[in-house]
Design a protein around this ligand. Structure first.
Ligand code: PLP
Length: 353
Protein backbone atom coordinates (compact mmCIF):
# COMPACT_ATOMS: atom_id res chain seq x y z
CA UNK A 1 0.00 0.00 0.00
CA UNK A 2 1.48 3.36 -1.00
CA UNK A 3 1.40 6.22 1.41
CA UNK A 4 0.21 9.46 -0.21
CA UNK A 5 2.00 12.57 0.95
CA UNK A 6 0.56 16.09 1.08
CA UNK A 7 3.16 18.57 2.29
CA UNK A 8 2.29 21.58 4.37
CA UNK A 9 2.38 24.96 2.65
CA UNK A 10 2.70 26.71 6.03
CA UNK A 11 5.64 25.23 7.94
CA UNK A 12 5.71 26.31 11.58
CA UNK A 13 8.71 28.03 13.17
CA UNK A 14 10.90 25.53 15.03
CA UNK A 15 11.72 26.18 18.67
CA UNK A 16 15.24 26.57 20.06
CA UNK A 17 16.43 23.36 21.74
CA UNK A 18 16.72 25.18 25.06
CA UNK A 19 13.01 26.12 25.02
CA UNK A 20 11.75 22.55 24.59
CA UNK A 21 9.56 20.89 27.20
CA UNK A 22 7.43 17.74 26.81
CA UNK A 23 4.18 17.28 24.93
CA UNK A 24 3.36 20.86 24.02
CA UNK A 25 4.67 21.31 20.47
CA UNK A 26 3.98 19.25 17.37
CA UNK A 27 5.65 19.07 13.98
CA UNK A 28 4.31 20.03 10.54
CA UNK A 29 2.90 16.66 9.47
CA UNK A 30 0.93 13.67 10.75
CA UNK A 31 0.22 10.18 9.43
CA UNK A 32 -3.38 8.93 9.19
CA UNK A 33 -5.12 5.76 8.04
CA UNK A 34 -8.74 4.55 8.34
CA UNK A 35 -10.40 1.23 9.04
CA UNK A 36 -13.78 0.07 7.77
CA UNK A 37 -14.98 -3.56 7.92
CA UNK A 38 -15.34 -3.84 4.13
CA UNK A 39 -12.03 -2.12 3.32
CA UNK A 40 -9.75 -3.08 6.19
CA UNK A 41 -7.06 -0.50 6.97
CA UNK A 42 -6.94 1.84 3.98
CA UNK A 43 -5.99 5.27 2.70
CA UNK A 44 -2.59 5.63 4.43
CA UNK A 45 -1.54 9.25 4.11
CA UNK A 46 0.79 11.89 5.46
CA UNK A 47 -0.85 15.29 5.70
CA UNK A 48 -0.27 18.65 7.36
CA UNK A 49 -0.69 18.41 11.16
CA UNK A 50 -4.16 19.55 12.15
CA UNK A 51 -7.37 18.84 14.07
CA UNK A 52 -9.40 15.65 13.57
CA UNK A 53 -13.06 16.51 13.07
CA UNK A 54 -15.40 14.12 14.83
CA UNK A 55 -19.04 13.66 15.63
CA UNK A 56 -19.82 14.37 19.31
CA UNK A 57 -21.07 10.76 19.55
CA UNK A 58 -17.72 9.30 18.37
CA UNK A 59 -17.26 6.16 20.44
CA UNK A 60 -13.73 6.78 21.72
CA UNK A 61 -14.96 9.93 23.46
CA UNK A 62 -17.54 7.97 25.45
CA UNK A 63 -16.18 4.48 25.99
CA UNK A 64 -12.43 5.00 25.71
CA UNK A 65 -11.89 2.38 23.02
CA UNK A 66 -8.45 3.48 21.96
CA UNK A 67 -4.79 2.49 22.28
CA UNK A 68 -1.52 4.33 21.83
CA UNK A 69 2.24 4.14 21.96
CA UNK A 70 5.19 6.34 22.87
CA UNK A 71 8.68 6.12 21.40
CA UNK A 72 11.47 8.42 20.32
CA UNK A 73 13.75 9.34 17.43
CA UNK A 74 17.23 10.72 18.13
CA UNK A 75 19.80 12.75 16.21
CA UNK A 76 23.39 11.52 16.43
CA UNK A 77 26.49 13.73 16.38
CA UNK A 78 26.83 12.73 12.67
CA UNK A 79 23.32 14.02 11.97
CA UNK A 80 21.82 10.57 11.51
CA UNK A 81 18.20 10.19 12.63
CA UNK A 82 17.30 6.88 14.27
CA UNK A 83 14.48 5.30 16.26
CA UNK A 84 14.90 3.05 19.31
CA UNK A 85 13.18 -0.37 19.05
CA UNK A 86 10.17 0.87 17.02
CA UNK A 87 9.18 -2.68 16.01
CA UNK A 88 8.61 -3.45 19.69
CA UNK A 89 6.28 -0.47 20.02
CA UNK A 90 4.32 -1.60 16.96
CA UNK A 91 4.03 -5.12 18.41
CA UNK A 92 2.82 -3.70 21.72
CA UNK A 93 0.34 -1.45 19.89
CA UNK A 94 -1.13 -4.52 18.22
CA UNK A 95 -1.24 -6.41 21.55
CA UNK A 96 -3.10 -3.49 23.11
CA UNK A 97 -5.40 -3.35 20.05
CA UNK A 98 -6.32 -7.04 20.44
CA UNK A 99 -7.21 -6.46 24.09
CA UNK A 100 -9.58 -3.65 23.10
CA UNK A 101 -11.20 -5.44 20.12
CA UNK A 102 -9.47 -3.06 17.68
CA UNK A 103 -8.31 -4.49 14.32
CA UNK A 104 -4.54 -4.94 14.20
CA UNK A 105 -2.22 -2.97 11.93
CA UNK A 106 0.19 -4.44 9.42
CA UNK A 107 3.40 -3.92 11.46
CA UNK A 108 5.56 -3.53 8.37
CA UNK A 109 3.32 -0.80 6.93
CA UNK A 110 3.16 0.87 10.34
CA UNK A 111 6.97 0.91 10.57
CA UNK A 112 7.30 2.27 7.02
CA UNK A 113 4.81 5.01 7.91
CA UNK A 114 6.84 5.97 11.01
CA UNK A 115 10.03 6.16 8.96
CA UNK A 116 8.43 8.25 6.19
CA UNK A 117 6.79 10.64 8.64
CA UNK A 118 9.94 11.16 10.73
CA UNK A 119 11.97 11.56 7.54
CA UNK A 120 9.61 14.27 6.23
CA UNK A 121 9.85 16.15 9.55
CA UNK A 122 13.52 15.30 10.19
CA UNK A 123 14.48 18.96 10.61
CA UNK A 124 12.29 18.93 13.72
CA UNK A 125 14.54 16.42 15.50
CA UNK A 126 16.46 18.60 17.97
CA UNK A 127 20.26 18.54 18.18
CA UNK A 128 21.25 18.97 21.81
CA UNK A 129 22.22 15.78 23.66
CA UNK A 130 19.24 14.56 25.67
CA UNK A 131 16.63 16.13 23.40
CA UNK A 132 14.63 13.97 20.97
CA UNK A 133 11.54 13.67 18.80
CA UNK A 134 8.67 12.01 20.66
CA UNK A 135 6.43 9.81 18.48
CA UNK A 136 2.82 9.13 19.47
CA UNK A 137 0.96 6.50 17.40
CA UNK A 138 -2.74 6.27 18.38
CA UNK A 139 -5.78 4.23 17.30
CA UNK A 140 -9.29 5.46 18.15
CA UNK A 141 -12.82 4.08 17.73
CA UNK A 142 -14.65 6.29 15.23
CA UNK A 143 -18.28 5.08 14.99
CA UNK A 144 -20.71 7.90 15.86
CA UNK A 145 -22.78 5.71 18.17
CA UNK A 146 -23.97 5.64 21.76
CA UNK A 147 -24.12 2.16 23.21
CA UNK A 148 -21.42 -0.12 24.55
CA UNK A 149 -19.98 -2.40 21.88
CA UNK A 150 -16.79 -2.47 19.81
CA UNK A 151 -16.74 0.17 17.09
CA UNK A 152 -16.83 -0.87 13.43
CA UNK A 153 -14.62 1.98 12.17
CA UNK A 154 -11.28 3.30 13.43
CA UNK A 155 -8.64 5.94 12.75
CA UNK A 156 -4.91 5.34 13.20
CA UNK A 157 -2.76 8.46 13.42
CA UNK A 158 0.79 9.36 14.37
CA UNK A 159 1.91 12.75 15.63
CA UNK A 160 5.44 13.92 16.47
CA UNK A 161 6.80 16.53 18.83
CA UNK A 162 10.30 17.72 19.71
CA UNK A 163 10.99 17.24 23.43
CA UNK A 164 13.58 18.64 25.80
CA UNK A 165 16.20 16.79 27.80
CA UNK A 166 14.30 15.07 30.62
CA UNK A 167 16.98 15.93 33.16
CA UNK A 168 17.83 19.45 32.06
CA UNK A 169 18.52 20.32 35.70
CA UNK A 170 20.38 17.13 36.56
CA UNK A 171 19.68 13.48 37.13
CA UNK A 172 18.16 13.63 40.62
CA UNK A 173 16.27 11.00 42.63
CA UNK A 174 12.56 11.61 43.15
CA UNK A 175 10.21 11.11 46.12
CA UNK A 176 7.55 8.43 45.64
CA UNK A 177 4.26 7.88 47.44
CA UNK A 178 3.04 4.28 47.75
CA UNK A 179 -0.71 4.26 47.08
CA UNK A 180 -2.68 2.20 49.60
CA UNK A 181 -6.18 3.22 48.62
CA UNK A 182 -6.12 3.49 44.86
CA UNK A 183 -5.05 0.93 42.30
CA UNK A 184 -4.17 1.51 38.64
CA UNK A 185 -5.23 -1.82 37.16
CA UNK A 186 -6.16 -5.39 38.04
CA UNK A 187 -5.09 -8.74 36.63
CA UNK A 188 -7.58 -9.74 33.96
CA UNK A 189 -8.22 -6.07 33.20
CA UNK A 190 -6.38 -3.64 30.93
CA UNK A 191 -3.19 -2.94 32.89
CA UNK A 192 -0.87 -4.56 30.35
CA UNK A 193 -2.43 -2.54 27.50
CA UNK A 194 -1.48 1.02 26.64
CA UNK A 195 -4.99 2.42 26.70
CA UNK A 196 -6.57 5.64 27.91
CA UNK A 197 -8.45 4.06 30.82
CA UNK A 198 -5.26 3.18 32.71
CA UNK A 199 -4.11 6.79 32.67
CA UNK A 200 -7.54 8.07 33.72
CA UNK A 201 -7.43 5.59 36.63
CA UNK A 202 -4.06 6.95 37.73
CA UNK A 203 -5.03 10.63 38.03
CA UNK A 204 -6.68 10.74 41.46
CA UNK A 205 -3.80 9.13 43.34
CA UNK A 206 -1.29 11.10 41.27
CA UNK A 207 -2.90 14.39 42.31
CA UNK A 208 -3.00 13.27 45.95
CA UNK A 209 0.72 12.38 45.80
CA UNK A 210 1.53 15.84 44.37
CA UNK A 211 -0.47 17.55 47.11
CA UNK A 212 1.72 15.76 49.66
CA UNK A 213 4.94 16.80 47.93
CA UNK A 214 5.62 13.51 46.11
CA UNK A 215 6.46 13.27 42.40
CA UNK A 216 4.85 9.95 41.49
CA UNK A 217 2.79 7.07 42.83
CA UNK A 218 4.10 3.56 43.38
CA UNK A 219 1.23 1.25 42.43
CA UNK A 220 0.51 -1.95 44.32
CA UNK A 221 -1.47 -4.84 42.81
CA UNK A 222 -5.21 -4.36 42.52
CA UNK A 223 -6.25 -7.54 44.34
CA UNK A 224 -4.26 -7.79 47.57
CA UNK A 225 -2.47 -4.44 47.52
CA UNK A 226 0.74 -6.20 48.60
CA UNK A 227 2.76 -6.62 45.41
CA UNK A 228 4.66 -3.78 43.77
CA UNK A 229 3.61 -3.15 40.15
CA UNK A 230 4.73 0.13 38.55
CA UNK A 231 5.81 3.65 39.43
CA UNK A 232 3.85 6.52 37.85
CA UNK A 233 3.95 5.65 34.15
CA UNK A 234 7.18 3.69 34.43
CA UNK A 235 8.21 0.16 35.32
CA UNK A 236 10.18 -0.28 38.52
CA UNK A 237 13.46 -2.02 39.38
CA UNK A 238 15.05 -2.76 42.75
CA UNK A 239 18.61 -3.70 43.56
CA UNK A 240 18.33 -5.88 46.67
CA UNK A 241 21.53 -7.44 48.00
CA UNK A 242 23.12 -7.49 44.55
CA UNK A 243 20.02 -8.83 42.73
CA UNK A 244 18.35 -6.69 40.04
CA UNK A 245 14.66 -7.48 40.59
CA UNK A 246 11.56 -6.20 38.83
CA UNK A 247 7.92 -7.30 39.13
CA UNK A 248 7.05 -10.13 36.76
CA UNK A 249 4.62 -9.34 33.94
CA UNK A 250 1.39 -10.55 35.47
CA UNK A 251 -1.24 -9.03 33.20
CA UNK A 252 -1.70 -5.75 35.04
CA UNK A 253 1.77 -4.30 34.32
CA UNK A 254 2.72 -2.59 31.05
CA UNK A 255 5.55 -4.57 29.41
CA UNK A 256 7.92 -1.63 29.06
CA UNK A 257 10.49 -1.57 26.30
CA UNK A 258 12.97 0.26 28.53
CA UNK A 259 12.34 -2.41 31.20
CA UNK A 260 13.17 -5.08 28.64
CA UNK A 261 16.31 -3.17 27.57
CA UNK A 262 17.50 -2.84 31.20
CA UNK A 263 16.92 -6.56 31.85
CA UNK A 264 18.76 -7.52 28.64
CA UNK A 265 21.76 -5.31 29.47
CA UNK A 266 21.76 -6.50 33.11
CA UNK A 267 21.88 -10.14 31.96
CA UNK A 268 24.61 -9.33 29.44
CA UNK A 269 26.67 -7.67 32.18
CA UNK A 270 26.37 -10.83 34.29
CA UNK A 271 24.08 -9.41 36.97
CA UNK A 272 21.62 -11.62 38.82
CA UNK A 273 18.36 -10.53 37.18
CA UNK A 274 14.91 -11.65 38.36
CA UNK A 275 11.39 -11.00 37.21
CA UNK A 276 9.35 -12.06 40.20
CA UNK A 277 6.74 -11.06 42.75
CA UNK A 278 8.03 -8.32 45.07
CA UNK A 279 5.94 -7.30 48.08
CA UNK A 280 6.09 -3.79 49.48
CA UNK A 281 6.91 -5.43 52.84
CA UNK A 282 9.98 -7.07 51.29
CA UNK A 283 11.17 -3.66 50.06
CA UNK A 284 10.80 -2.06 53.50
CA UNK A 285 12.33 -5.12 55.23
CA UNK A 286 15.33 -4.99 52.86
CA UNK A 287 15.77 -1.34 53.73
CA UNK A 288 15.67 -2.17 57.45
CA UNK A 289 18.36 -4.85 56.91
CA UNK A 290 20.49 -2.47 54.87
CA UNK A 291 20.20 -4.53 51.65
CA UNK A 292 17.98 -2.18 49.59
CA UNK A 293 20.71 -0.73 47.40
CA UNK A 294 18.79 1.04 44.64
CA UNK A 295 15.29 1.72 43.35
CA UNK A 296 14.61 3.23 39.94
CA UNK A 297 11.86 3.59 37.36
CA UNK A 298 12.34 2.83 33.65
CA UNK A 299 10.47 4.33 30.69
CA UNK A 300 10.83 6.01 27.31
CA UNK A 301 10.45 9.57 28.63
CA UNK A 302 13.22 9.53 31.27
CA UNK A 303 15.04 6.24 30.42
CA UNK A 304 15.87 5.78 34.12
CA UNK A 305 14.40 7.71 37.04
CA UNK A 306 16.11 7.05 40.39
CA UNK A 307 13.93 6.90 43.52
CA UNK A 308 15.40 8.62 46.58
CA UNK A 309 12.51 8.32 49.02
CA UNK A 310 9.51 6.00 49.48
CA UNK A 311 6.52 6.75 51.71
CA UNK A 312 4.16 3.92 52.64
CA UNK A 313 1.56 4.62 55.35
CA UNK A 314 3.52 6.50 57.96
CA UNK A 315 6.86 4.91 57.12
CA UNK A 316 9.32 6.94 55.07
CA UNK A 317 12.62 5.49 53.85
CA UNK A 318 15.56 7.11 52.09
CA UNK A 319 17.32 4.99 49.49
CA UNK A 320 21.07 5.22 48.82
CA UNK A 321 21.31 8.43 50.89
CA UNK A 322 18.99 10.04 48.34
CA UNK A 323 21.74 9.86 45.69
CA UNK A 324 21.76 8.23 42.23
CA UNK A 325 22.93 4.62 42.51
CA UNK A 326 25.71 3.18 40.34
CA UNK A 327 23.45 0.77 38.41
CA UNK A 328 20.79 3.41 37.69
CA UNK A 329 23.58 5.62 36.35
CA UNK A 330 25.11 2.80 34.28
CA UNK A 331 21.78 1.82 32.67
CA UNK A 332 20.97 5.47 31.98
CA UNK A 333 24.34 6.16 30.34
CA UNK A 334 24.45 2.88 28.40
CA UNK A 335 20.97 3.19 26.90
CA UNK A 336 21.46 6.87 26.02
CA UNK A 337 24.81 6.04 24.41
CA UNK A 338 23.12 3.46 22.17
CA UNK A 339 20.26 5.85 21.34
CA UNK A 340 22.57 8.75 20.41
CA UNK A 341 25.09 6.57 18.53
CA UNK A 342 27.88 7.04 21.07
CA UNK A 343 28.28 3.28 21.45
CA UNK A 344 27.72 0.28 19.21
CA UNK A 345 24.21 -1.03 18.77
CA UNK A 346 25.24 -4.57 19.69
CA UNK A 347 21.64 -5.57 20.51
CA UNK A 348 20.20 -4.41 17.14
CA UNK A 349 17.83 -1.91 18.78
CA UNK A 350 18.37 0.98 16.37
CA UNK A 351 16.35 1.59 13.20
CA UNK A 352 17.81 4.35 11.01
CA UNK A 353 15.42 6.76 9.30
C1 PLP B 1 2.01 2.64 32.57
C2 PLP B 1 3.37 2.61 31.96
N1 PLP B 1 4.27 1.72 32.43
C3 PLP B 1 5.51 1.62 31.91
C4 PLP B 1 5.92 2.44 30.87
C5 PLP B 1 7.31 2.30 30.32
O1 PLP B 1 7.27 1.71 29.04
P1 PLP B 1 8.37 2.02 27.96
O2 PLP B 1 9.68 1.63 28.56
O3 PLP B 1 8.02 1.15 26.80
O4 PLP B 1 8.29 3.46 27.65
C6 PLP B 1 5.03 3.39 30.35
C7 PLP B 1 5.43 4.30 29.27
O5 PLP B 1 5.25 3.98 28.12
C8 PLP B 1 3.72 3.46 30.90
O6 PLP B 1 2.82 4.35 30.42
Amino acid sequence: MDITITRTTQPKPKPADGDLSFGTLFTDHMFQMDYAPDQGWHNPRIEPYGPITMDPATMVLHYGQGVFEGLKAFRTADDEIRMFRPQDNMKRLNRSARALCIPELDEELALTALKQLVDLDRDWVPRTHGTSLYIRPTIIAMDPFLGVRASHTYRYYVILGPVGAYYAEGFNPVKIWVSKEHVRAVRGGLGESKTMANYAASLYAGEAAHRHGYTQVLWLDGVEQRYVEEVGSMNICFVIDGELATPELNGSILPGITRDSVLALGRKWGLTVSERKITIDEVFAAHAKGTLEEVFGTGTAAVVSPVGELKYDDQVITIGDGKVGPLAQKFFDSIMDIQYGRSDDAEGWIVPV
